[in-house]
Write a protein that binds this ligand. Structure first.
Ligand SMILES: *Cc1c(COP(=O)(O)O)cnc(C)c1O
Length: 341
């Protein structure tokens, strides 16, 4: 049994999803003539209380487009030090938009309105970059799947309004946050200028993200997506996977969360584990005792058919997902419990 817990992006389309893809009605989406893409874009927009959506091949391109929409070269965005837009998008913020990042030392990838307020450069002080954008993640990736208290978003929005800043949500795992917090998704549309959501993480589609905003902003985003090479033709086949994923897989996320919590509970009892970070959703980060060799642990797990990822400094990461089934879960729990290091 091969069990891949490295990421929730490793899932493969099921027969039913593939059938939905093959049945899709398509057209040339560069001319906005693909009805399936239009349906996906409007469904996601409606769900999050936004006017319009735009389909992207990746979350990275959707985030990079948002940064480009909200900034001018030389300006600065504010984000947590763990932010995907800063750490994992190949330096795109500086490459595509010519902006620098002011990084906040937040809590598990989450920042507060107070921290944002303290990080804004005085716009009259022309020696410093002009602060123009705040980016947050929900759930946080490197922060271990942590979820914001929605009230903090409202507070950050106020700070943005008072300082003429735009507010972007990297919602690659927003679905997991909605399940964990019971937040009403339409509230998100009231607080953020733009939101990116991924269909290829917890929802299990093979590809795709959607950027959400008001109509005028999405119209501008169309040009940026074109510049970045993200204009695609009969892409309704892929959008159909996204629609299928929203309809059928969103409701399965609680299982991923339960399994991650159960794995965390088992790890906490093991003597070679130093610390298990709180498990809120489908990401579990834990650290091992300093006398334990990370590479040895990883290879022992690998021999048992289990892959997880190392984050460096003795920290390891497990991510549960749609293709991690109950039989596998039982086996992983048993294997961990019996593991001697
Ligand atoms: C996965 C992820 C993205 C987008 O990644 P792509 O691989 O480009 O789709 C963006 N932000 C966060 C927090 C992510 O975890």
């Amino acid at each position: 049994m091969e069990i891949n817990l490295v990421s929730d992006t490793v899932t493969k389309p099921t027969q039913d999803m593939l059938r939905a893809m093959f049945r899709a009605e398509v057209g040339d989406d560069v001319y906005k003539q693909d009805p399936t893409v239009i349906e996906l874009e409007s469904r996601v927009a409606e769900m999050f209380g936004m006017e319009a959506g735009l389909f992207f091949p990746s979350g990275t391109m959707a985030n990079q487009t948002a940064i480009k929409l909200h900034t001018q070269p030389g300006e600065q965005l504010i984000a947590d030090k763990y932010a995907h837009v800063y750490n994992y998008e190949g330096g795109g913020a500086s490459f595509n938009s010519g902006v620098s990042c002011c990084l906040i030392d937040g809590n598990r990838g989450m920042i507060t309105a107070e921290q944002v307020a303290a990080s804004i450069n005085d716009p009259e002080f022309y020696h410093s970059p002009l602060t123009s954008l705040v980016c947050v993640e929900n759930t946080t990736n490197k922060g271990g799947g942590a979820c914001y208290d929605f009230e903090e978003f409202r507070k950050i929005r106020k700070v943005c309004n008072a300082n003429n800043l735009k507010f972007h949500l990297d919602g690659a795992r927003i679905w997991n946050a909605l399940i964990a917090t019971n937040d009403n998704p339409t509230e998100y549309g009231k607080v953020f200028d733009t939101i990116s959501v991924c269909l290829s993480k917890g929802l299990g589609a093979p590809i795709g993200s959607v950027l959400l905003s008001d109509k005028a902003t999405i119209h501008r985003a169309l040009r940026i997506r074109k510049i970045l090479g993200g204009g695609m033709r009969q892409v309704g086949y892929l959008a159909a996977a996204g629609i299928y994923a929203m309809e059928n897989n969103f409701n399965k996320l609680p299982e991923d969360h339960r399994r991650a919590k159960e794995l965390g509970a088992v790890l906490e009892k093991l003597n070679w584990v130093a610390k298990v970070e709180p498990v809120e959703t489908n990401i579990l980060i834990f650290s091992i005792q300093s006398n334990i060799n990370e590479a040895v642990l990883m290879s022992k797990l690998k021999q048992k058919g289990i892959s997880i990822s190392a984050m460096g400094h003795g920290k390891l990461r497990i991510v549960t997902h749609l293709d991690y089934r109950e039989v596998m879960h039982t086996y992983v729990l048993e294997t961990l419990e019996k593991m001697i290091l």
